[in-house]
Each structure stands twice: as structure tokens, then as C-alpha cells.
Design a protein. Sequence first.
Length: 350
Amino acid sequence: MPITTPALVVNSAAQAFERGSVQRRDVGAHDVLIDIAYAGICHSDIHQVREELGRSMFPMVPGHEIAGVVREVGAEVTKHAVGDRVGVGCFVDSCRECENCLAGEEQFCLKGSVSTYNGLQYDGSPTYGGYSTDIVVDENYVLRIPDGIPLDTAAPLLCAGITTYSPLRHWNAGPGKHVAVIGMGGLGHMAVQIAHAMGAHVTVLSRTLAKQDDGLALGADEYFAIESPDALKALRKRFDLIINTVSADIPVDRYLSTLRLDGALVFVGLPQNPLQLRVFSLVGARRSIAGSSIGGIRETQEMLDFCAAHGIGAVIETISADEVTAAYDRVVSGDVRFRFVIDTATIPQE
């Protein structure tokens, strides 16, 4: 029988969240039923809820930064057991047959991976996310959360953590490399910690010095306020890799000028407007512009294990279900240090 799950539901882009419920499928042979303890608020949740990406489906239950404990497993599950600490990230299925899935890059599934929320299962049924009390997920898309990471600080790792870990690993951040992080928010504060743990020299490039103390405490070696494009002149040819975590437009040519030979500017934030640049900014030092998404299941598990080994977790503000609508406005205005996490025990009606 389907499982009725208390959830925070939004019925249109013009409405606030309401307490309600959604139906989860019955636990199948390879399924895991998870009691959700915490759900992080990602900026992409806000984009989806506010219909800013043009593909929102209502009613919607957002949330793809999910941490909890296994309550039940299907008869043929081998990867997880009742009582395990687990997480769910941005997708809950993929075709498992295409070249990208077979390479462990399920996030780039050629058929299209199934989003944890605001998506459709392959049978056409809608997906609902982590702003709820439980979720049913195929065991192959459930991650193990190591004991060294508290569940509340682990939740944002399932998106913010892997979104920054993946490009840092792919572009070989490590000893001898100079890595710059644009922005010191939910993504940026994770990039700083991970790049530092990888052994890179880390520089934060932010609008102001307001978060400088936090940046240095989390592992940054340098911190600069980029109040105007001219401020980048002093940083020419300094970095091997720049991770851009912000969604605002940036002066691309000016940032490219701060890269060394073969340097890369990688976007994980999502500016809404087309990029403007001069090609000479690339060819002058064999520089690259690239984008990066999340990671596959294998790499996400690698990231969780890496974070546990290095004592890395998200810096969070824990909120109740009643505070979520207001929290969205605070995220947009940059008023959060550094990730909101919902205590899902506050979702059911009292």
C-alpha cells in the first residue's frame, strides 16, 4: 500500500508553504524507506518553487539535501540495513544502461536522471522531495553517511558538498595549485573547506569582507573584496582554477585574466544571462571556461567519506517548518550562515 507522508507543500509560485501530505510508493524489493531527519534548503529549491526556471510542477515538495535513518528495506536490498544513517541527493533513478550511467556518471544519464523532486519517474508519476518526514528510494541511489558527520551538517553535503567537490576533484585541486572561490555562501563555504582539505592554496573572492573571518576560519589562505572589476587587476595570472559559486553576472574577461596558463573558470552557480567574453581572454593563455553539475553516486559517496575523514560539514542554521517561507527570502538576500536545514520533526501537524 502507498505510504502517506506529512510534507511541506507549495501549490503555486504565488503561495507560501502549507502543511500537507504526499503519497510515497510501497517499499519494493530493492527500495529503502528512510525516516528523514533533516532537509537542506538549496537555492535551486527557491528557483523551482518560484517558477524561475520555467519547468515547475505543482503541487511541489522541494528538497534534495536529505539525511535520515533507514526504517525499512525491501526483501532484496543488500546495500543498506534498518538503522543505517543515509542520505539522498539530487536524483533518485537513472536508466542504468547508457554510457554515462555505466561510467558512474548517472547525473548525466542520456535518458535523463529522475530528479528527487519536481520530476517524473519513468512510469510518469511525480517525485516529491525532502521537505517531508520520509521517502522511499531505490537502494542504488541512497548514500551512506559516515558516523563522523552529524546528520544535520551532512544534509547539505548531498548537493552543496558534491557540487563543489566534483569540479575540485576533476580539475585536480591539490598541493601546489592555487584555487579561487567566487562567493562565500552555501556553495562557496563548502568549496573553501574541500579545496583546503585537498591541499590547495585557497583564495575567496567576495563582494565585501563581511565574511572574511568565516572564510579564513574554514581554510581560506586569502580573502579579497571584489567591489569593482578593477579590483581584479592585482590578481592577474594568479590562479590555476576558479570555482564560481554565484548566480549573479560576473565580468568574465576580468576573471579569466586572473588565471595562469591552462587555468579554468568553472561555473557551478547559474547566472540567468548569457556570458559575454572576448575569445582572446581564452587563447592568450590556453584558458578554459567550463560548467560542472553534481556528481554520480560513486563520487558522492567518495565525497561523504572524504568529508568525514577531514572533519568537514556544512555550517548551518537549523529552522522549523514554520520558518521555511521566510528562510527563502533570507537566502535570496544572502542572510544565512551558510545553509538552512529544516528539522523535519516540526513538519507534522501538532
